[in-house]
Write a protein that binds this ligand. Sequence first.
Ligand code: DLL
Length: 432
Amino acid sequence: MFYNEEFETLPREALKALQLKRLQQVMQRVYHTVGFYKKSFDAAKIKPSDIKTLGDLKKLPFVTRNDMRDNYPYGLFSVPMSSIVRLHASSGSSGGSTVFGYTKRDIETWSDLVARCLVAAGLTKNDIIHNAFSYGLFTGGLGLHYGAEKIDASVIPMSGGNAKRQVSILKDFGPTAICCTPSYALHLAQEAAAMGVDIKAFTLRVGILGAEPWSRAMREEIEKVFEITALDIYGLSEVIGPGVAMECIEAHNGMHIFEDHFIVETIDPQTGEVLAEGEEGELVFTTLTKEANPLIRYRSGDISRLIKEPCRCGRSHIKMDRVLKRSDDMLVISGTNIFPSQIETILVEIKGLEPCYQLIVDKAGALDSLELQVEVSDKIFSDSGSVKELQKIEQRIVKDMLDYLGVEPRVKLVGPNTLSKAGDKVIDKRRT
Ligand code: DLL
């Protein structure tokens, strides 16, 4: 089943021709509307008219997350603010966060792409979709919501949290599909078991799961406990949100990247050299149709590999394997992305702390758990009357982490010189 059969099955040669035409258009547009691109193309001595083939793409400089941060909030937008109808953003305090804009047409494009994902999962207007991705600045909630409405399905805008209520709704409303992170799906299964609810009796048929890395073993576990087909959905806010790539239910193996809207390359994260299709490397995306903030060669930081063998579903678009790891130090905690540098920014603002910490990421049941050990200054630690002071600092760290980064760690304050300065700042004990 297709949402847009013509484009999803376009023969590869026609697809490449379409990509080139769209690339040439977007190059002209960004060069003339975004100062950042003009500067970077001029520095590389490339004019938009130099792009004559898709192979010429590799002459262009990369865009990184740092470029996005440096141009915070709107420096990379290619349309005036009056044309923007929606803003999303990554977590982080001012300067550490990134902002993504959408024009009316971008929202249409995005909804169409998510609609493709849902149809690729076998869903139709007769389905009831329980959407447990968070609504808000995170793109998961609204992204899936608009896609579900596009295919005229019935959508339950559940958002994240309130696991018990989620279980009651799954039981009572009869949804046929659930959208959430894979770890949250398992958490709901555990919650249901604790409530004495039999999830196998649910009407669910399919899970559309993503926004965080997950393993084959985890997929098997989810499929077994829920008796559903669990499909992988991939996306990143910089590129558009969910709807960049989706696994089809027919092959259930690898996610089709919607190549009429995005060009994907794999590069060696160390050298930046473009790798042959099929080699493991960092995914780099170029947006072809986005109006508000088009991206040319954006380094995603996600390591995967492209699968070019034709797919039995009939889609001509190349597939990507699951995300294997990151090329940088970004952590995905229950679908929320955080960088150690963002934790540092929070800690340096709090008086009495040494800039030395260790973050321990683990699993608590199905969910991710965080413990943050932070050194406090000698004065505060040795002063016997300062237990209250220590508690205050602990509470402030928890609050700031939650407010700015959307994650809630257990905080343990330790004395000066307890943590090794040279040791790992992050210990990730999760199995994915
Ligand atoms: O996570 C968008 C999304 C929402 C995708 C709902 C799928 C479903 P960001 O918050 O910008 O956007 O995070 C993007 O999350 O670079 C990956 O590292 C990770 N990620 C997203 N999908 C997957 C997936 C949304 N299926 C970052 N498998 C990306 C593994 C994923 N990692």
